[in-house]
Design a protein around this ligand. Structure first.
Ligand SMILES: [Fe+2]
Ligand SMILES: [Fe+2]
Length: 161
């Protein structure tokens, strides 16, 4: 059994993961509108991953006999000035999510909730990967900024994800 406090915090994180999914779906649509099929594919993949994160948390709550409450998902931005801006926003967003996960870890530690702390370790590791992947793509797009062939080739590469 987990505390009411922890239940609420994990439900809030489910909403944050679904909002992330929504954000990446929106980026996928905008990338497609910009003719960047590879980036659209990358974000569509990310959309699915974020839904999996939400499911993972929901599954954990249910295994602890706690109620999953699905709250409304806030609206997301629908257009970005460039694909570089999309990935910069991705990195900034993932850094924010990392901070949220770390807050959950602190709560688990404060409550001596060992099961939740253990479950959260997966998310701690996942966030390291998420930030690293986004940072690498931001760097790459910045390197080819203004060069159409470079952007095209990088976009193609992202399509292979
Ligand atoms: Fe996530
Ligand atoms: Fe993420």
């Amino acid at each position: 059994m987990i505390s009411k406090n922890m239940q609420e915090a994990l439900n809030a994180q489910i909403n944050a993961e679904l909002w992330s999914a929504y954000l990446y779906l929106s980026m996928s649509m905008d990338a497609d509108d910009k003719g960047l099929k590879g980036s659209a594919h990358w974000f569509a993949h990310q959309f699915k991953e974020e839904q999996e994160h939400a499911r993972k948390l929901a599954g954990y709550l249910q295994s602890q006999n706690a109620k999953v409450v699905l709250a409304p998902i806030a609206t997301v931005q629908t257009e970005w000035p460039s694909v570089t801006a999309m990935f910069e926003d991705t990195l900034a967003h993932e850094q924010k999510v990392t901070a949220m996960i770390h807050e959950l870890c602190k709560l688990a530690a404060a409550e001596q909730d060992f099961a939740t702390a253990n479950m959260l370790q997966w998310f701690v590791n996942e966030q390291v990967e998420e930030e690293d992947a986004a940072r690498e793509i931001v760097d790459a797009f910045r390197m080819v900024e203004g060069e159409k062939v470079g952007v095209y080739m990088l976009d193609q590469k992202l399509g292979a994800r």
